[in-house]
Design a protein around this ligand. Sequence first.
Ligand code: NAD
Length: 247
Amino acid sequence: MKIALVTGASRGIGRATALLLAQQGYAVGVNYVNNDTAAHSVIDEIQQAGGKAIALKADIADEAQVVAMFKQLSAELGSITALVNNAGILFRQTTLENLSAERINKVLSTNVTGYFLCCREAVKTMSHRHGGKGGAIVNVSSAASRLGAPGEYVDYAASKGAVDTLTTGLALEVAAYGIRVNCVRPGLIYTEMHASGGEPGRVDRVKANLPMQRGGQPEEVAQAISWLLSDSASYVTGSFLELAGGR
Ligand code: NAD
């Protein structure tokens, strides 16, 4: 059986991805950090449709919690074959000169350290080098990694730049061990991350500048992630897929 871990899967893009992967026959580890009710509603929805899912409560920025999460996944579902590094945070609307060290560290520890830790643990299990059966990883970056988000959230944009570089480096490091590593770069996607914060009218302003004149739905990102994980993408690694309405 295909076994996937989706981080930050209680809402937004992670939720849509967990539901889609379950429909496609994956047993899914639903990682979340604080909203038990939301995470369990994802699991209930999967189970009611005849799928298999478990709750994995862990802060991805915490090494001990990540190691324990992978142990639990392996004990309850089996060896991981697919990782979706999705959990992320964004704080808005601050110029660089007003950024606190606390905010920078918080963003980097989740969006960068968390991705590294989950990749490390997944690779240990998947790698042919350690007797694993191979697998696929998708990192969720952002269009911001190349835009920089000046005056808004340069800390977040820089963290996503690190996700891009992690994708390239890891893809090359583990290609020979049966593991593919790819990246999606969403633009404006309608989730709570975008609903919260930002100056009034920001979403409309961003939308008006998009060639497709609309934001994307989390399900549209989930489709791209599931394709990159699938055997249909068996010769694709180290790639970046833009999901930004033509931006
Ligand atoms: P969201 O805020 O709805 O979901 C993010 C999830 O990550 C939440 O459930 C949150 O609890 C979880 N999370 C945060 N910190 C965590 C931690 N330390 N450990 C475990 N879970 C944690 O946002 P979303 O829009 O669904 O974002 C998903 C991913 O997509 C993020 O990496 C985000 O940066 C990226 N992204 C989103 C957009 C967008 O427009 N929504 C655009 C580009 C990239």
